[in-house]
Design a protein around this ligand. Structure first.
Ligand code: LHQ
Length: 261
């Protein structure tokens, strides 16, 4: 599929999705939601892709829903249906992708753009980036999974504060709160996030994917259920080529050559 609103490139085992409507700080219109979802789907199907990076072109990561586009549709539109058919499919695609997703947060991540940033597994932020739950400014509640992701990441009080103040949380504070893994100088973000991604792309992809599945599932599990699930999927990991290779490499005192299988 040829994309109009995003750039999708594959190289060195990494699929890089660049949201590309910089004139609107990469606000999501319907096409951009569909294209981003499709790119994650392709990354899932492509064995050559073992890690995905999502970033934004220009000075923003994403300013969320394109409000002009939404208003043009008029009164008749159901927000619930818009969310179900759009953002929900995108967020589910990111979370169910059994490969690490690195958010290279290059600038402001607002509204649903913040939801997409939070659906990544690892976030590397430029020192100029910020996060903002813009929703309450326009009389809405956070959506795109933010009510699920954010209290889990930073706790209820901070998440609720972000929701009802709609203040920008700068990268440094986001790091202190546990929303991002690393803050880097803005001009070094592409290079540093690509280095993280290449490292993940050289890892045991099957084990990384199963770990993501187990951790996401644990939110709704008792300890007994989580232990049982670990035992079940460890059985899958233990049958992988990468498990055999990892053990051989350790015993032979050499670096493991993981293939992701
Ligand atoms: C934009 C946008 C934008 C269009 C900047 N749309 N043009 C789900 C379901 C249904 C309905 C509603 O929403 C949702 C989920 C959501 O995402 S709700 C939240 C939607 N997002 C917002 O409310 C954020 C709106 N944007 C802003 O508050 C500011 O632009 C921020 C704080 C993000 C950045 O401020 P500045 O750095 O000062 O940039 P700017 O405001 O000058 O924006 C640059 C341009 O981008 C500007 O266009 P222009 O032609 O004047 O240069 C903006 O109009 C445009 N833009 N966000 N969401």
């Amino acid at each position: 599929m040829a994309y109009e609103t995003i750039i999708y490139e594959v190289g060195d085992g990494v699929g890089t999705i660049t949201l590309n409507r910089p004139g609107k700080l990469n606000a999501f219109n319907d096409l951009m939601i569909d294209e981003t979802t499709d790119a994650f789907k392709s990354a899932g199907r492509d064995a050559a892709v073992r890690c995905v990076v999502i970033t934004g072109a220009g000075r923003g990561f994403s300013s969320g829903q394109d409000l002009g586009d939404f208003q043009e549709r008029g009164e008749g539109i159901s927000i619930g249906e818009h969310l179900r058919h759009g953002y929900h499919r995108l967020i589910r695609q990111m979370v169910s992708l059994e490969k690490p997703v690195v958010g290279a947060i290059n600038g402001i991540a607002a509204g649903a753009g913040c939801g997409v940033a939070l659906a990544a597994d690892i976030r590397i932020a430029a020192d100029s980036a910020s996060f903002m739950l813009a929703f309450s400014r326009i009389g809405l509640i956070p959506d795109s999974g933010i009510n699920w992701f954010l209290p889990r990441l930073i706790g209820y009080a901070r998440a609720y504060e972000m929701a009802i103040t709609a203040d920008r949380v700068p990268a440094g504070k986001a790091l202190e709160w546990g929303m991002v893994n690393q803050v880097v100088p803005a001009d070094q973000l592409p290079e540093i996030s690509a280095a993280w991604a290449r490292r993940f792309a050289g890892g045991p992809t099957l084990a990384y994917g199963l770990t993501k599945r187990a951790m996401n599932r644990s939110w709704d599990s008792t300890l007994d259920e989580a232990l049982e699930y670990e035992a079940h999927i460890q059985g899958i990991a233990a049958r992988s080529h990468d498990n055999r290779e990892g053990i051989s490499a350790f015993l032979e005192k050499r670096d493991a050559q993981f293939t992701g299988r």
